[in-house]
Structure formats: C-alpha cells, structure tokens
Design a protein around this ligand. Structure first.
Ligand code: NAD
Ligand code: MG
Length: 381
C-alpha cells in the first residue's frame, strides 16, 4: 500500500490523482490532502478518502471548515498545513499538484523528509532547479514526472544508454491561439485563451499554454529532470496532443510515447512506477481515424518560448524571475487588468531589472521570487 500526501487535491491534477487512487483502493491510500480555499470539495474528499490530515492554506477558509467539521481527520490551517503534509510520517509519496512557486517550500520539506515526489508543480523545479536537484541527490529522493511530456520522455529514456540519446523532442499542442494571425494574438481575450483545444486544466496553466510560457517552463523542467543541455532539447508543435513527447537517438531513430490526452495516465505511471497496472479510461485506438501533424513553433508570434531558452541557458535565478513575473502577469490577465500581449512584456521588463546573482540557497530563492513579484506588480502599475 502506497500512502500519498496530495498537495492541491481540489485542482485539475489533484482530482485526477484521486480518481487514480479511487480505481486502485488496494494499491493506494490517502494520508493527507491540502487545498487553498475550496473547503466544500475538500470536505467531500475527506469523507471519501479518510486522510489523517487535511490542510487549508487560506486562513479564513480554514476557520470556516474548522467550525463545522466534526470528523476524525486532523485539520491544519495556513502554510503550516503544506509543511505538515509534506513531512507527514505516514506518507510515502508527496504529489505536488499546487500551482506556482508556492510549491517550493513544501517540495523542499518533502525531499528533506525523504519522500518520493510525484512532480506536477513544474514551477518549483523551474525556479529552484539547482537547489531541488541538489537536495534530491543528497537525500536519494526520486522526482517522478507527472507532466505528460516529461512522463513520456521518462518512459522513452528507460533502458536507454544516456550516451546513445541525442536530444529530447517535447511536443506542444500550440494552444488555443496556434493558428491565429500574428496581428491578432496580442489582443486575445481571457475567454479565447481558456478555450484549450485538447487539454482541460487549471486556469493558470491554460493561459501559459496560450502564451507558450508553459512550453518554456517545460523546456527548463526537462533540463533539470533529465540533465540535457538546451542545445539538445527541442520543441515540436503537435496539435492533436497524442504523441506526448519523443527522444531522438544518436543514429537518428526516434522513440515516442503516445496516448490519449488524459492526465490520469502519466499521474498513474508516477504513482505505480516502475509497475504498470490497468487504468479505466478511453485508450488510444489506431483503428479509429487518427491524424498526427507536426510543425515548428511560431517563435516570433509566441516569443515566450524563445525567451525561456535564453533564460534557461542564463541559469542562476533568471528562471525563478521569469516564472514569478509570469505568475503575476497571468493572474492580472485573468483578472482582466492587462492585455494578453502584456504578459510577455512584463516578464521581459522584470528580467531586465535583475542584477544580482547571490548563492543559490532556499532563502535567496524565496527572496528573489518575492523581488520579481514586486517588480512585476510595479511594472503593471
Ligand atoms: P488548479 O488550479 O486546477 O489546482 C490547483 C490546486 O492547488 C487546487 O487544489 C488549489 O486549492 C491548490 N492551491 C493553489 N494555490 C495554492 C497554495 N498557494 N497553497 C496551497 N494550495 C494551493 O491547477 P492544475 O491545473 O491542477 O495545476 C497544478 C500544477 O500541475 C501546476 O503546476 C501545473 O503547471 C501542473 N500541471 C497541470 C496539468 C493539468 O492538466 N492540469 C498538466 C501538467 C502539469
Ligand atoms: Mg505538459
């Protein structure tokens, strides 16, 4: 029985993780659930999965739940909830399904407590790559990818000699604006962007898919997960999202992992790795009409992707700044305070102001993240 601590249980990844757990009651149990504010859904999840601990990060929502909840599960409020769930003795694996750099501290706590990490929260690895990978090595902790592209690459790389692999080919759906004319893109509305053609996901990552910031974050995520330099990571647009990603070998052969665009498949593989078990979902069927297209990204029209390569190559705290500024700009866009084109411009302006590169410690990372958020807010006025 694998006991899970699930950070962000009411989100898109969180709910799909619980669906995988629901399908395999003999394999998994839930030790902890943590959410930000959604206490009604959390209460239903507590009722169904009986965790030892349930956390609500938002203090007001926590007090509301605390006042009405009469069951056995221990309730914890505030950021302390994330820490306690991350280090809980009765948990073997921590699934990081919260959004953004808020995942940095709990992920660090979980690694220091020796927990296997099921990594959905890519922002943490992008911002904290040097620190997170160093800690994982020191603590002999596995980071198992949940992001579909990274799960695909992880599966393709299994049993391959690293020296035989030339490059990683990350596929991208291209997002909802893939075919838009160049001059219209900067004026895309929130509704245009939330209408994703192939994946159903949380709002933040859906906007990131429209700007291609998501693909940029994934390029850096792949760099840290698999240790490939940026000259050997390539992005290929593939609108059907069936080929989840590929690797190209030294001799030119390409290995790919395919499946339906359904996150339960990579989630389950992270949870059962190295085993495979049955999963009830629609499977890919080659006897149905199936068309697979591939094309290069439109770097000039979606400049965030090119910027991500630059930032990744620059290293240090640049990826953390890139990520933090993007988070602020995305939420401003979702609040309809700025235009779509302003997201990229904000991130560029914050990066231009970055000067110091202190030692890569957790404290400096959190300080740099906070600095970039302040600068982004100032840029946005
Ligand atoms: P979501 O917005 O649907 O859900 C986020 C969850 O985290 C919710 O349960 C929310 O209560 C909780 N949360 C948010 N901020 C929090 C905070 N500060 N403290 C504690 N809890 C907090 O997001 P999502 O789409 O499920 O994405 C989660 C992560 O997984 C992101 O990093 C995203 O990039 C990554 N990811 C998502 C998908 C997908 O299909 N949704 C695919 C690949 C990777
Ligand atoms: Mg992805």
């Amino acid at each position: 029985m694998k006991r899970l601590s699930l950070l962000g249980s009411t989100g898109s990844i969180g709910k799909q993780t619980l669906d995988v757990v629901r399908q395999h009651p003999d394999m998994f149990s839930v030790a902890a659930l943590v959410v930000n504010t959604s206490i009604d859904t959390l209460e239903e999840q507590i009722e169904e999965f009986h965790p030892l601990l349930a956390g609500v990060v938002d203090e007001k929502a926590y007090r509301l739940l605390k006042d009405r909840y009469k069951g056995q599960t221990k309730l914890v409020g505030g950021k302390e909830a994330l820490r306690q769930a991350a280090v809980l003795e009765e948990a073997d694996m921590v699934v990081t399904a919260i959004v953004g750099a808020a995942g940095i501290e709990p992920t660090v706590h979980a690694i220091e407590a020796g927990k296997t990490i099921g990594l959905a929260n890519k922002e943490t690895l992008v911002a904290g790559g040097p620190l997170i990978t160093r800690l994982c090595e020191e603590e002999h902790v596995d980071l198992l990818p949940i992001d579909s592209e990274h799960s695909a690459i992880f599966q393709c790389l299994e049993k391959q000699e690293r020296s035989n692999v030339d490059s990683l080919l990350i596929t991208a759906s291209g997002g909802p604006l893939r075919t838009w004319p160049s001059e219209k893109i900067a004026k895309a509305t929130v509704d245009d962007c939330l209408n994703h053609p192939t994946w159903s996901m949380g709002n933040k990552i859906t906007i990131d898919s429209a700007t291609l910031f998501n693909k940029g974050l994934e390029v850096m995520e792949a760099h840290w997960l698999f240790g490939f330099d940026y000259d050997h990571i390539k992005v290929v647009v593939h609108p059907q999202s069936i080929v989840h990603s590929m690797i190209q070998m030294k001799d030119g052969a390409v290995l790919a992992q395919l499946g339906m665009p359904d996150m339960r498949e990579p989630i389950q593989y992270a949870l059962t790795y190295p085993q495979r078990v049955e999963l009830a979902m629609k499977k890919l069927d080659f006897l149905e009409a199936l068309q697979l297209d591939f094309m290069p990204p439109r770097y000039d029209d979606f400049p965030a992707l090119r910027l991500a390569f630059e930032v990744g190559r620059a290293g240090g705290f640049k990826p953390a700044i890139f990520n933090a500024a993007n988070e602020i700009a995305v939420y401003a866009f979702l609040d309809r305070k700025i235009a779509f084109g302003d997201i990229y411009k904000t991130v560029c302006k914050v990066l231009e102001q970055a000067e110091t590169e202190p030692e890569f410690t957790l404290d400096n990372l959190l300080a740099m993240d906070a600095w970039a958020r302040d600068k982004a807010r100032a840029v946005l006025g």
